[in-house]
Design a protein around this ligand. Structure first.
Ligand code: SF4
Length: 351
């Protein structure tokens, strides 16, 4: 593209890319359980929160279990916090679980257990930022709104501008491009028998295996561009030979200049990090909470009390660097992810 091109040329080009992508999406979209109108808007929001910094394929079993136990905001709002942290399992960044529960409480109490439908209301919910609010409006409600995440920025930049998207915060130019190439209003998306734009089974909290189409073109666009970025047009190794846009891509035509260059720092190794230590501590508390909940006598033999509290002596054996361990325990306490008992033992929050 170019920025030199006229608006009409850009629109025509975007329309051609849309047709190609929509056909590709129809055949190649991963069959994730919250897609194709099979989940409630709340279920879509849960999937988006879980997918932040965690691969979607890893999220699926957690999402399935989570939605079975807490199918709506009201159910999650009332759940014991320790169970919420335990169910988050190894999804990582467990503060997200607490924020999601805070969000559930607001939705249950202030919105009658239904997600609000405006950007302003969504983005005001705990733990919901620009991306999640836009994604829910597009994927769950079919609203025409540009969704901007790393994958979408990379694909749009490559295809239309012929340059590498180099990470960091989304620039104004990237936001403008995303808005300019977004398809216009289109076909009605509501599935037959549905009162809220999702499958009637999903409305009733029942698992559904049927794909409900059609979607709004803008929703197909957002999901298809994101999916292409996640599975084909990846950051370091785009599979251009298998790409449906290979004859329309300015980046490929230019010889993939600066492929993989990024202005963000390389990801920190995990081994030895505070993230690893926090995870080890939380896993010990989760195991203990599960044992306590099951009334397993092993609680005594393994050092876990009836409340699920793990004795300090056992905590200290979890990590050799006691200074780092203490700092991580303090940060988990600050985040509300554990409780320190008067005798120094630790447990998941009771609430
Ligand atoms: S042709 Fe290559 S660089 Fe262009 S969108 Fe497809 S995978 Fe990405």
């Amino acid at each position: 593209m170019s920025e030199r091109g006229t608006e009409e040329q850009l629109r025509n080009r975007a329309a051609a890319v849309y047709r190609r992508l929509a056909a590709w999406w129809e055949l190649n979209a991963r069959d994730l359980p919250w897609r194709f109108g099979r989940a409630t808007p709340w279920g879509v929001l849960v999937s988006e929160v879980m997918s932040q910094q965690t691969q979607m394929s890893r999220v699926v079993p957690y999402w399935m279990d989570w939605m079975r136990v807490w199918p709506d905001a009201a159910a999650l709002a009332e759940a014991p916090t320790a169970e919420v942290i335990t169910a988050w399992g190894r999804l990582g960044y467990p503060r997200r679980a607490l924020r999601l529960q805070e969000c559930a409480r607001v939705v249950a109490e202030q919105y009658g257990n239904e997600l609000p439908r405006t950007y302003e209301e969504l983005v005001a919910l705990p733990g919901v930022g620009d991306y999640t609010a836009s994604a829910v409006l597009s994927f769950a409600f079919g609203e025409r709104i540009a969704v901007i995440d790393t994958n979408i920025r990379r694909v749009l930049s490559r295809v239309f501008l012929g340059v590498e998207s180099r990470g960091g915060a989304a620039s104004r130019a990237e936001r403008e491009l995303a808005a300019r190439v977004l398809p216009g209003e289109g076909r009605e998306r509501e599935a037959p028998g549905s009162s809220s734009g999702v499958c009637a089974n999903a409305d009733a909290g029942v698992a559904c295996n049927v794909r409900h189409v059609p979607h709004e073109p803008s929703a197909i666009w957002n999901q298809a561009v994101m999916e292409l970025g996640a599975t084909v047009c990846t950051a370091q190794a785009p599979q251009c030979g298998d790409c449906p846009l290979r004859d329309m891509c300015a980046f490929l035509a230019a010889g993939l200049p600066g492929l993989g260059e990024s202005r963000t720092r390389p990801r920190q190794r995990f081994q030895g990090t505070d993230r690893q230590v926090r995870g080890i501590v939380l896993n010990a508390l989760r195991r203990s909470a599960v044992q306590a909940a099951r009334g397993v006598a092993g609680g005594q033999s393994s050092g876990a009390g009836a409340s699920g509290a793990v004795p300090r002596s056992r905590i200290e054996r979890l990590w050799p660097d006691q200074v780092q361990l203490d700092a991580c325990i303090a940060s988990l306490d600050e985040d509300g992810l554990l409780e320190m008992m008067p005798d120094g033992s630790l447990r998941l929050p009771v609430g």
